[in-house]
Design a protein around this ligand. Sequence first.
Ligand code: C5P
Length: 227
Amino acid sequence: MTCALVVPAAGRGERLGAGLPKALVAVAGEPLLVHALRRALGSGVVDVVVVVAPEGEQQRVRELLTPLGVPDLRVVTGGAERQDSVRCGLAVLPEDVDVVLVHDAARCLTPPSVFRSVVEAVRGGGVAVVPVLPVSDTVKRVAAGRVLETVDRRELVAVQTPQGFAPGPLRRAHAAATAAAPATDDAGMLEALGHEVLTVAGDDAAFKVTRPVDLVLAEALLRGGGA
Ligand code: C5P
């Protein structure tokens, strides 16, 4: 049994405004990508790691990750959209994997336990598995500055990564995806093909570093020992 982890880390990070690719932005002295990989490897369930790096950053990524001692590290260059980057990563996976995890470098504090529960759910028969958290805000549908309706939040969850997949359906979903409507997560692409997507418990620490305030939170958690 072999579990491969694909880490899309090729985003430009424009909303973060740090002036370098988001995965390479440092928090508590280390890039987001390094924090993310350390926790993924700490789960003990990851055998192969594919990092999808920003253009021109393959060598830097390899150097950053060398100290982590990844058993089988593959580094490729990403594409224009997240789904293009994941597809680039899938192209270099070994044939014999039974689970593929896709994990955003930007969710750099995701605890090892979440990786374990996603892998366990896939090996238990899930074709697609996502970690989720209840939504705490009230959510409304709006158009042109007016509220159309209030959505019942008891039916809503926020979806995190790592997302776990059986390799065949994930490859087929990426092959079927269109550039016209890029998916914001991989499970959505399997849903579109009619596959059932299972959920496991997510974690508050698995938030995605997107805006400057997220960096402040990540830094505080790391410095305070809370992550
Ligand atoms: O932009 P967003 O925060 O949704 O990106 C989620 C993850 O996807 C990040 O880790 C980012 O580096 C990655 N990404 C990528 N290639 C892109 C865009 C985003 O690998 N073209």
